[in-house]
Design a protein around this ligand. Structure first.
Ligand code: NAD
Ligand code: DAU
Length: 352
């Protein structure tokens, strides 16, 4: 079989990566998708059980910090394009230990850029770097992040992602590497590791455990269904302009406390509990250090230029998400056994 493209997706066993891999493997049977993942605590091949035997899908366990492994994979599969998602992604972990974030998010990204630059001497290629809105810093009550908003990262995680974005742009300007960058707001959906707000709260509500809200719960995030993020990446990868950045977001701002209360009400109904029962689990805990106040994305560029917009409302997406977690207890039990218990203790025991 001659493949039209050999696309390397890094971090394809993670939350967003697995949704993207599934979309590309099923939508583009003439592309070969090579999923490169180190399988950290956040990488889980069970996320891809339904597509793992497809002819156009290959998995390679590798670490982007190891350049030799990357060269071998580029060589073996004649990689034509990269969609780069592999990262350490959790802000709280970056506060506890920034160096892992420097290694994977900065050094790993530069390794990938160098290998792509050295291997792609001719032909058409795309290096699509998947990034975050957190690079823009924190908003006050008004305004939205635009593609031209100056970078102002404030956590070790966002500093590492901002740095990787700068390197991607540097490789475009210095070496003409054909790059694209997307900066997305908070994702939610199935298969998200329960360290992030929404799956952590769903799991705790089900288990009747305290619901730890940082500070007063008045921080604001702009939530987008993960499948819509994957579709946006598809549009940018195929139709976006080389050298440009695209913001992706849902125009869907929620205060953390309102979101958690909404989840409580939804789960009370689904679990046949009394109205208001789960809300009693809400516990206000010590705030995250340097907690960014508000994120909100202006997604008008991708809407106007590429015709992308979210396909579901937040209410629809959240219901699908909650249903998935209720129907996949085995998945959640597996990922929350072992190391997760230690993580949870370490992160939350001194917060109350
Ligand atoms: P995730 O933590 O669920 O998954 C990250 C994946 O990367 C895992 O499969 C992990 O095994 C892999 N990985 C980590 N280090 C690696 C290494 N050194 N080499 C190879 N693989 C490695 O993350 P996610 O939430 O799916 O985020 C994916 C990407 O999207 C990240 O780059 C993140 O910054 C970005 N992003 C996330 C969100 C969000 O809301 N989750 C929003 C915008 C952008
Ligand atoms: O904006 C995009 C970013 O969104 C991504 O780049 C990151 O990879 C992703 O982790 C996410 O970062 P956040 O820090 O916004 O997500 P998190 O789910 O950790 O937290 C969401 C909000 O909820 C935030 O204001 C902190 C708060 N929170 C979080 C947890 C885990 C709590 O109040 N309690 C909690 O237990």
């Amino acid at each position: 079989m001659t493949w039209k493209k050999n696309i390397l997706i890094t971090g394809g066993a993670g939350f967003i990566g697995s949704h993207l891999v599934r979309l590309f493997v099923t939508k583009y049977p003439h592309y070969r998708i090579i999923n490169l993942d180190k399988l950290t605590y956040a990488g889980n091949l069970e996320n891809l059980k339904d597509i793992e035997s497809k002819e156009n899908y290959v998995f390679e366990k590798a670490d982007i910090v190891n350049k030799e492994e990357l060269i071998e994979i580029f060589d073996n599969y004649q990689i034509t394009d990269v969609i780069h998602l592999a990262a350490e992604s959790h802000v709280d972990r970056s506060i506890e230990g920034p160096m892992e974030f420097v290694m994977t998010n900065v050094v790993g990204t530069v390794n990938l850029l160098q290998v792509a630059k050295d291997m792609w001497k001719e032909g058409e290629h795309v290096f699509h770097h998947v990034s975050t809105d957190e690079v823009y810093g924190s908003l006050g009550d008004d305004g939205l992040f635009e593609e031209t908003t100056p970078y102002d990262p404030r956590s070790p995680y966002s500093a590492s992602k901002a740095s990787s974005d700068h390197f991607v742009r540097a490789f475009y300007h210095t070496y003409n590497l054909p790059v694209k960058i997307s900066n997305c707001s908070n994702n939610y959906g199935s298969h998200q590791f329960p360290e992030k707000l929404i799956p952590l709260m769903i799991n705790n509500i089900v288990l009747k455990k305290p619901l730890p809200i940082y500070g007063k719960g008045d921080n604001i995030r702009d939530w987008l269904w993960v499948v819509d993020h994957a579709k946006a990446i598809d549009e940018i990868f195929h139709k976006g302009k080389i050298g440009e950045s695209y913001n992706i977001g849902g125009l869907n701002e929620w205060k953390n406390i309102d979101l958690v209360k909404y989840l409580c009400r939804l789960l009370d109904k689904k679990l046949g509990r009394e109205e208001g029962e789960s809300e009693q689990l809400i516990t206000f805990v010590k705030d995250r250090s340097g907690h960014d106040k508000r994120y909100a994305i202006d997604a008008s560029k991708i809407e106007k230029e590429l015709g992308w917009k979210p396909s579901v409302t937040f209410e629809q997406g959240l219901e699908k998400t909650v249903d998935w977690y209720l129907e996949n207890k085995e998945w959640i039990n597996k990922v929350t056994s072992g190391d997760y218990q230690d993580y949870y203790k370490k992160m939350y025991q001194n917060k109350s």
